[in-house]
Design a protein around this ligand. Structure first.
Ligand SMILES: Nc1nc2c(ncn2[C@@H]2O[C@H](COP(=O)(O)OP(=O)(O)OP(=O)(O)O)[C@@H](O)[C@H]2O)c(=O)[nH]1
Ligand SMILES: [Zn+2]
Length: 201
């Protein structure tokens, strides 16, 4: 089985090596002073390995895999899906960061659009990898620009990082907001319209 090698946050080559992940978790348990053979922990390395297969499933997916369905509806005004749940993992500490993403675009002049659920699937492709929030935000925006060729894209991500909550600086409640804006959505009036829709509760 090939080692999963990541290319600067651009996904993995090869397959998920479950046995290797399981051995690594067993080693980690020993390293923190636990007994991986005690009853409660006996199944844990295997379980954690399978959990990581799911948590990092985006490493084996591409945006093209999910942005398959496109329609030419002739709709050329803004489409915005807000409050898409984000569950990602900080690549610095391998603990979760969670929150929401708002993804909007202005379709190409010929009105090429995608299914609404595909925007949420696209968020997952990039969230289910070892990530930093800035890269997650720009990858969503840039892949949409490339594949749908819209006139503009806006992506805003709001997350709380467990690495700032359960350890380190310990500031629960602190939210990080990142944005990536492309094409016509950079125009102040259009951008303001999108931002007021995003901020409206
Ligand atoms: N820019 C950015 N930083 C992040 C993200 N997730 C975690 N970090 C930060 O990555 C930094 C890593 O800093 P280091 O000094 O190498 O690690 P550390 O000693 O564990 O840092 P502390 O968290 O301050 O204890 C920390 O400041 C984290 O808050 C992210 O998505 N984007
Ligand atoms: Zn972190």
């Amino acid at each position: 089985m090939t080692d999963p090698v990541t290319l600067d946050g651009e996904g993995a080559i090869g397959e998920f090596d479950e046995k290797r992940a399981e051995n690594a978790v067993r080693e980690l348990l020993i390293a923190v002073g636990e007994d991986p053979d005690r009853e409660g922990l006996r199944e844990t390395p295997g379980r954690v390995a399978r959990a990581y297969r799911e948590i990092f499933a985006g490493l084996w997916q591409t945006p093209e895999d999910v942005l398959t369905t496109t329609f030419d509806l002739g709709h050329d005004e803004m489409v915005l899906v807000k409050d898409i749940e984000v569950m990602s993992s900080c690549e610095h500490h391998l603990v979760p960061f969670v929150g929401v993403a708002h993804v909007g675009y202005i379709p190409s002049a010929d009105g090429k659009i995608t299914g609404l659920s595909k925007l949420a699937r696209l968020v997952d492709v990039y969230a289910r990898r070892p990530q930093v929030q800035e890269r997650l935000t720009t990858q969503i925006a840039d892949s949409l620009m490339q594949i749908l060729e819209p006139r503009g894209v806006i992506v805003v991500v709001e997350c709380e990082h467990m690495c700032m909550t359960m350890r380190g600086v310990r500031k629960p409640g602190a939210k990080t907001i990142t944005s990536a804006v492309r094409g016509q959505l950079r125009d102040p009036a259009t951008r303001n319209e999108a931002m007021s829709l995003i901020m409206a509760r």
